[in-house]
Design a protein around this ligand. Sequence first.
Ligand code: SPV
Ligand code: MG
Length: 669
Amino acid sequence: MKALILNSGLGSRMGVLTSDHPKCMTEISPRETILSRQLRQIADAGISEVVITTGYYDGVLVQYCNSLDLPLHFTFVKNPIYDQTNYIYSIYCAREYLDDDIILMHGDLVFENEVFDKILASASSCMTVSSTLPLPEKDFKAQVKDGKVLKVGVDIFNEAMEAQALYKLLRNDWKVWLDKIVEFCENDNRKVYAENALNELNGAANIAALDVENLLCAEIDNPEDLAVVSAKLKEIESRTVYMCFSTDIIHGGHIAIIKKAQRLGKLIIGVLSDEAVASYKRLPLVPASERKIMFENVAGVYKVVDQNTLSYAENLKKYQPTYVVHGDDWIAGFQKPIRDEVLSILASYDGKLVEYPYSNDQKYKDIDARTRSDLAMPDIRRGRLRRVLDMKGLVTIMEAHDGLTGLIVENTVVHQDGGAHQFDGMWVSSLCDSTAKGKPDIELVDMTSRFRTIEDITEVTTKPIIFDGDTGGKTEHFVYTIRSLERLGVSMVIIEDKTGLKKNSLFGTEVVQTQDSIENFSAKIRAGKKAQRTKEFMICARIESLILERGMEDAITRAFAFVEAGADAIMIHSRKKDPSEIQEFIGKFRAKDKTTPIVLVPTSFNSVTEEEWKERGANIIIYANQLMRAEVPAMQKAAEIILENHRAEECDKMLMPFKDIIRLIPAEE
Ligand code: SPV
Ligand code: MG
């Protein structure tokens, strides 16, 4: 495609403004002339060949074009009798260079980027018209029928629309018109508009009317026009565009959409916080602070700001952008409520939403898949619990006892009020791991088997893992366990201050259970911390005083002693439905220790929400056995129904089709 700009004329109605250069060199803003703006728009559109017809002050014009240092190749064609002919003859002079699809524009035309984008996007030949502007007295109007331009001229008032000489002409349509132009000129008909030739074609050139309504697309004929256009440009240049990004990798698709957005105004990029990204996708590889720097260094980005939630509301209210740009992928699906909110805020101040077709870039999908598999690697996975804790203050952990439950914890997302919620990690429970093997929770399942469960989970997931280490066993054994867990990529082990035959805490005092001494247990913690090789790994001390009814004082004394011994976190447990003793413990502990993470397993005291626990100062909430308790009754029920009916049909309605279950299982690419 080539651009053809008609710049031969005298521009005499501009007065002194054209006393030493052609009209197209008139300044329309402190940084631009009509021509420099047109040429920049042409270059931005990726068009490199520009044919310019010259005449009046042609030498000045040629020099000026070359001084602009744009990635354009110019062909200048002088109309030697520019003062005696109209531009039909300039086109005639340039005809040998015009054997291509053509963007044709008058040299005094100023249009905003959106107009040019529409022209370029048009599948057919087209001319810009406006259905909303009044018909001009003296300037061009187009007679439009069924969306097609039939005639163009200054005297057309019937079925007419305001029109501007900005065309896209596909090669075949252009050839029909150009042949007619040649015919006119060779018959000495050189003082008319090129459109006079077009009008004789009776629609054979097939030019669609492209309605640009109120967008700026205007010629500058005189100083009054110049004032109007300059003022409008000023308004256009003050426009802002807002986009939000969560990506930690910028690829070609992002650059393409950024470039498009920049054409609408000054581009403000909101970088989504780590927490918001993690809530709906995965933990970002690159923290928000670095992602901001990345975008700050993308050419043409005006400003980079934080966006702390998936909702755009805060930033839209603050920056009131003229446009919000987004891919059209949020029209349906979980992002729809966010889009609805954006639309309603934009409507409140007359802002506009611009959506571009969403491109599913394979390269990015590949990089993302690689990123995910990297996140599963022990060295990356291990440190993520500390990272998420720092980021969110409170993390939620769900029990997993095999690969499949691991996948459910990994992938279950609930979208709510424009937000997204998922679990931050997995709990490898001694109770559920033992139960899955049909064994009691008495440290009967040996460590090798427990590690095998961890491996089944780590093979198919990426989220951090907290391991239920029971009592930790003998200190001499515990130090080996620590290193094995580190190698497996586990983030934290929780050991409880019991000794002898451990029974599950939910039995409380119904069974004989012995609490370890503060000294012994502290020694075990110290030995574990000394044995650990990676800095991120965490040892959490679990206090059983409330379970064993030894009182709050004992619990608190132990908590501080275990922190003193090196515990990275403490877990306080209770089997009471009433949460008050746990709340009291948190209050007392936090009065003296503001930072050591507090872990809770609210199986019995389950009425308090995560938000309330966070407020009180808890940091890790473990849902320790709910998946196991959901699957057992479902399996029992299915077995009973089949036994009752001597066939499986009656059972079917409670079953998930296997093709849906298979979807949970990632395919190796
Ligand atoms: C487990 O899940 O194995 C636990 C938590 O240790 S609890 O069952 O509540 O003791
Ligand atoms: Mg346990």
